[in-house]
Design a protein around this ligand. Structure first.
Ligand code: HEC
Ligand code: HEC
Length: 260
């Protein structure tokens, strides 16, 4: 397991030292993590030529057209131009897939497309190629409102995600909500805690010097409170993703985001 990043450990220790309020907190109106960033970081996200996330978008565009599997099929071969075919898709994920009988986020959906329709070996959940495809697909929802569909199939996952979000865990005994609801906007030695919204993913994170998925971010946060993270792509993390998408519903999609 990766060691927890030091500045966040200090932050978490500081939070532990406070008398943490109970679970019954009023939630503020959704606010993108973008609004908590320094102006220089915002400027990096705003400029498509400087934004390092666009390196992924270019790669993703090439992969969209690349023949894969025994029959040499490409995503573009079936779907056509990514700009029209994938418009708005990322904004309503995770979504329930009746064939697989499970909730799927974009990564799982892409793996299913590759394995099922193309008989190709799917990219690993955390492969650079996977990040690239999610980046180019998510870009096609930029400016649209994040709004997953809540129905009979997705409701149980929503409840599961909420429970995970509110459960204290790890040696520091903190839940997501203790940082991202109760202490959003608070600053400590340059760290500003945001609401933990997911409308900008995949993000290029300056701290990582590379891009990362939502589930990598969840993992980082869980490790920072010294909890054993769920696996990337697990039902738990996809459910958490659905809860966060619903919690932030109405926020404009902004992938590829840039974060500190
Ligand atoms: C000890 C405090 C703490 C806890 C507990 C915590 N986080 Fe975080 N989280 C942070 C900090 C600090 C950052 C980086 C600054 C920011 O964007 O808030 C962050 C960032 C994030 C982001 C990225 C936001 C963006 O705009 O890119 C998401 C999403 C997130 N956290 C989700 C979670 C989830 C889900 C949990 C529970 C499993 C969790 N966090 C638990 C402190 C925490
Ligand atoms: C053999 C044809 C075929 C190939 C190849 C293919 N797809 Fe699909 N894909 C479909 C069909 C059919 C659907 C279901 C109908 C729809 O939503 O367009 C679908 C659905 C999807 C969806 C869900 C759309 C939604 O609205 O929920 C995504 C995302 C997707 N494909 C991405 C990809 C990617 C990425 C690739 C390449 C790695 C790919 N597809 C390759 C035929 C294909």
């Amino acid at each position: 397991m990766m060691p927890a990043p030091r500045p966040l450990m200090r932050l978490a220790a500081w939070l532990c030292a406070l008398a943490l309020p109970g679970l019954a907190t009023a939630q503020d109106a959704p606010r993108s993590g973008y609004s908590y960033m320094e102006p220089e970081t915002q400027a990096l996200q705003d400029d498509d030529f400087l934004n390092p996330g666009f390196f992924l978008v270019d790669q993703g565009l090439a992969l969209w057209q690349q023949p894969m599997g025994p029959e040499g099929q490409s995503c573009a071969g079936c779907h056509g131009a990514v700009e029209t075919a994938m418009r708005g898709v990322a904004a309503r994920y995770p979504a329930f897939d009746p064939a697989a009988d499970r909730l799927m986020n974009l990564e799982l959906r892409i793996q299913a497309e590759m394995a099922g329709r193309m008989q190709a070996t799917p990219f690993d959940y955390s492969a650079p190629e996977m990040l690239a495809l999610t980046a180019v697909i998510s870009l096609q929802s930029r400016g649209l409102e994040m709004r997953p569909e809540i129905n009979d199939e997705t409701l149980p996952y929503l409840d599961m995600g909420r429970e995970i979000y509110e459960t204290r865990r790890g040696q520091l005994n903190l839940a997501c909500l203790h940082c991202h609801d109760d202490h959003a906007g608070e600053r400590l030695r340059g760290d500003v805690i945001s609401q933990g919204q997911i409308n900008a993913f995949p993000i290029y994170r300056l701290l990582w010097s590379e891009a990362g998925s939502r589930h990598r971010m969840f993992e980082w946060c869980m490790q920072s409170v010294r909890a054993e993270p769920f696996a990337r792509g697990s039902d738990e993390f996809v459910a958490l993703e659905l809860y966060l998408a619903q919690r932030g519903a109405g926020l404009a999609m902004e992938a590829p985001g840039v974060r500190r």
